[in-house]
Design a protein around this ligand. Structure first.
Ligand SMILES: Cc1ncc(COP(=O)(O)O)c(C=O)c1O
Length: 373
């Protein structure tokens, strides 16, 4: 029902049943591990029988995310990493080659190192901004754009064309952008996957992942992986996520507004060594991001001179909370090297929340002043 509407309307209505007098807008969570069976027929396709494959609350959120990703079938998973793993393990076999981002979320490389290489899958890494090796013999190209934490961006449509010409599948990790920021399937990707733990749900209270595709064979491979391995989210988390989705448009709008103001302040502060935000006209990723993204992310990445400088910054700030993850209501900052990312010791991924812009700019500026004092 949401074709042709704006992002606010689409966020509010996505996946909801038609209104019924006396019924809630979003029906409550179906908390069931098992359901009564017809004693005569036993299990029947289309009738919920067991909670691992079957849950109406999950299906509603899947309908919502499929709609928001521009049309496609969605499968929810227990976390973003469960979604990454589902795509890797459902598509790759011994002897295959996979191309992964060298500068994307580090746990994706870790799954590949620990679980794919040992099973005879050849893993090749390429930086998000390129150059890319040729795709001959590659079964799957996984792109992450904007990449976490460095915020480099790649041209999804151009890479999808080249990958398809070589017979490779293309999956895009859409975590940082969210479906309102970018629709990879419309740009030629075969699969979208994401962590719903971040801006998509935004309240820092649950973990979630999802995969969306328009290809029935890929859908059935991922469904089979999920339903047999059991990497499903609980119904209550799915319900909370659906409830959070209604405010996605306004949360993202404020986060982007805050990111723009904070990036402008960081750009002129003498303590900041380097700065990345694709929304800045001076950023190297700005042109390609403007071409394919519908809005810029609420995450800004910058570098202070040392790990100690980051500690001083965090202690001096009254509004920026030291925490990992991103996309939540509260502004947080994370020194990525402490998690094992191959980044400078002073690199900070700042996730802009929905606080007042002026309050954040004043607080961050004074905390940076304290670093250099
Ligand atoms: C780009 C990206 N993909 C996947 C994940 C994994 O998500 P989760 O923590 O929900 O497993 C993350 C987590 O930070 C991420 O940033």
């Amino acid at each position: 029902m949401i074709g042709g509407y704006g992002d606010g309307t689409r966020s509010v209505r996505a996946g909801l049943p038609d209104p019924v007098p006396g019924q809630p807008f979003l029906p409550g969570p179906v908390l069931a591990s098992t359901y009564p069976l017809d004693p005569e027929t036993g299990p029947v396709p289309g009738v919920d029988g067991y909670g691992r494959p079957d849950n109406a609350t999950r299906r509603r959120l899947e309908a919502a995310l499929g709609e928001l990703e521009g049309g496609g079938q969605c499968l929810l998973l227990a976390s973003g990493m469960a979604a990454v793993s589902a795509v890797l393990f459902a598509t790759l076999r011994t002897g295959d080659r996979v191309l992964l981002p060298a500068d994307g979320y580090y746990q994706t490389r870790e799954v590949a190192r620990a679980e794919l290489s040992s099973r005879g899958v050849e893993v090749t890494l390429a930086p998000t901004a390129g150059p890319y090796p040729d795709f001959d013999g590659v079964r799957l190209v996984l792109l992450e754009t904007p990449a976490n934490p460095g915020l480099d961006v790649c041209d999804i449509a151009e890479l999808a064309r080249a990958a398809h010409a070589a017979g490779a599948l293309v999956a895009v990790d859409n975590t940082t952008a969210t479906p309102l920021g970018q629709r990879p399937l419309d740009l030629g990707a075969d699969i979208v996957l994401a962590s719903g733990t971040k801006a998509l749900t935004g309240h820092s209270d649950l973990l979630l992942g999802y995969v969306v595709t328009r290809d029935p064979d890929l859908l059935s491979a991922v469904r089979s992986w999920r339903d047999t391995t059991g990497a499903i989210p609980g119904a209550f988390d799915a319900w909370l996520a659906h409830r959070s989705l209604a405010t996605l448009d306004i949360r993202l709008a404020r986060q982007t507004e805050n990111a723009a103001a904070i990036a402008a302040a960081l750009a002129v502060h003498p303590t900041v060594d380097s700065l990345r935000w694709p929304g800045l006209e001076t950023d190297v990723a700005h042109a390609v991001a403007s071409k394919q993204m519908r809005r810029f992310p609420g995450v800004v990445t910058f570098t202070l001179p040392s790990a100690g400088a980051v500690v001083r910054f965090l202690k001096a700030s009254r509004l920026v909370i030291a925490a990992t993850s991103f996309g939540g209501l509260h502004t947080t900052a994370d020194r990525r090297a402490q998690w094992g990312d191959d980044t400078p010791e002073g690199l900070v991924r700042l996730s802009c929340g929905i606080e007042d812009t002026a309050d954040l700019v004043a607080d961050i500026t004074s905390a940076l002043n304290a670093v250099s004092a």
